[in-house]
Design a protein around this ligand. Structure first.
Ligand code: CO
Length: 448
């Protein structure tokens, strides 16, 4: 195996560990916090005063499910270099009063869909439960992370003998078909007990919870030459991970580097911690203010900023290659995908596309281009939503993958490392603009 291949696989192993230990957005944020703390970053709280120092790393979370980390090179910074990705993935969420008895023989759990999931992959595989519970405390309420972390549930298919047309396309009913089997008759009133036990709290202290099902199948590396990775939540934790790794490796010179991970992209971003919230804007303004700069300096900084909205993209499907645009053909392991759409579902325009291409060139990583087929409506992402809160020169990109929104997705073994490289260059550089159509891109020196 060549030296570069080894480093790709090291990166992938680290990515797979991150994915396996991040069954929900809350866990993804907790894992990022661990990595940031290890790198010497200090935690800030939105409800406390910020005393920011130059050349120091900070991070702040909102709702324990969104996180923004930043590093300020100096008080006289030019702008913000941002990569934004999302912490959530489609899943099944557990409802209150979840237990349903079936003829006094089975206990199943009542769930509802979170986001636009592919239903079929959730069936016939071991599942578990993770998320957070909110408990009563002497002072009020407090949140606890919980992960049952064992094979616990299964959503069984109906036998083909009972539906001979099953292979001719099946319409999944969210209330009938997606409820997981939890146990036999002994499981009655066992669910909350299990959650309380796992969280290390008293059952009677649990006031509320956000609990999700997750796929127990661990991520893996596969293919003739180990050229693919398959795992849960690649959309969008693959970009989250690459953004953070690039961020930690970067040495911002003249602009503030911002690693931004937002929750609830899969349900429209309209929460207090989503891309349509003030979270990013609040943090940018606060950095500006705390460094003793004026409102005008803030607006000037926005004009000299660049944002990469990083959310996974569709690779050409081996069995259905005609589902993609005829002339723009992204493949796994062929590099970072730049996404375009004429109706601006993606924020990319000729300027932000060109700047991102120059970042890839500088990072010596390949890029490719995605358009939807002109007769198909594609997905949307957080870039343009975020722009309605804080308007920045933005490009939409992603890593090419298959089976998006399945609970087990497939991506390229090389692409994560490409995005880490590009992120590092992004976070180290500065894109100066005044609004006159000219942009000076300043790279950090190699030797720094
Ligand atoms: Co996504």
């Amino acid at each position: 195996m060549a030296e570069w291949e080894k480093s790709f696989q090291e990166t992938n192993q680290e990515l797979l560990d991150f994915l396996d230990s991040s069954p929900t957005s809350f866990h993804a944020v907790a894992n990022m916090e661990k990595m940031l703390k290890q790198a010497g970053f200090e935690r800030l709280l939105e409800g406390k005063t910020w005393n920011l120092q130059e050349k120091t790393g900070y991070y702040v979370t909102r709702n324990d499910s969104s996180l923004i980390a930043f590093r300020i090179p100096g008080k006289d910074f030019v702008g913000f270099q941002i990569m934004a990705s999302h912490s959530d993935s489609p899943a099944l969420k557990i409802k209150d009063n979840a237990e349903i008895s079936v003829e006094k023989q089975y206990i199943k759990l009542n769930v509802e869909k979170y986001g636009g999931l592919l239903c079929a992959p959730w069936l016939d595989r071991p599942l578990s439960v993770a998320g957070r519970v909110v408990v009563r405390t002497e002072q009020g309420v407090a949140t606890r992370l919980v992960n049952v972390d064992r094979d616990l549930l299964i959503i069984p298919n109906l036998a083909i003998h009972m539906n001979r047309k099953a292979n001719e396309g099946y319409e999944f009913n969210g209330q009938r078909d997606m409820l997981p089997l939890f146990g036999g008759k002994e499981a009655r009133e066992g669910f909350l007990k299990l959650i309380a036990e796992t969280a290390g709290v008293k059952e009677t202290d649990i006031l509320d919870m956000d609990l999700f099902l997750y796929n127990r199948m661990k991520g893996t590396i596969l293919g003739f030459e180990d050229e693919f990775i398959a795992a849960s939540r690649l959309d969008d934790l693959q970009c989250v991970f690459a953004s953070l790794k690039g961020f930690l490796a970067a040495k911002p010179k003249r602009s503030v580097a911002i690693h931004c991970v937002l929750d609830n992209e899969e349900v429209g971003s309209g929460t207090k911690q989503g891309a349509d919230s003030t979270f990013l804007r609040d943090v940018l303004r606060r950095i500006n203010q705390t460094m003793g700069r004026s409102e005008e300096e803030y607006l000037m900084a926005l004009a000299s900023s660049f944002m990469v909205s990083a959310d996974n993209a569709h690779s050409i499907h081996p069995n259905q290659p005609d589902k993609a645009d005829p002339t723009n053909r992204p493949f796994m392991n062929e590099g970072i995908v730049i996404k375009y759409s004429a109706n601006q579902k993606y924020t990319t325009d000729a300027v932000s596309g060109a700047i991102f291409k120059s970042i890839c060139k500088r990072a010596e990583v390949p890029y490719q281009v995605f358009f939807n087929r002109s007769d198909m409506i594609g997905g949307s992402t957080l870039g343009n939503i975020s722009n309605s809160q804080v308007a920045l020169n933005t490009v939409d990109i992603g890593l090419p993958q298959l089976a998006m929104h399945s609970c087990y997705e497939t991506a390229g073994a090389k692409d994560t490392a490409y995005l880490i490289q590009a992120a590092q260059v992004l976070y180290s550089s500065t894109v100066c603009g005044t609004g006159d159509g000219e942009y000076q891109v300043e790279w950090a020196e190699e030797s720094d």
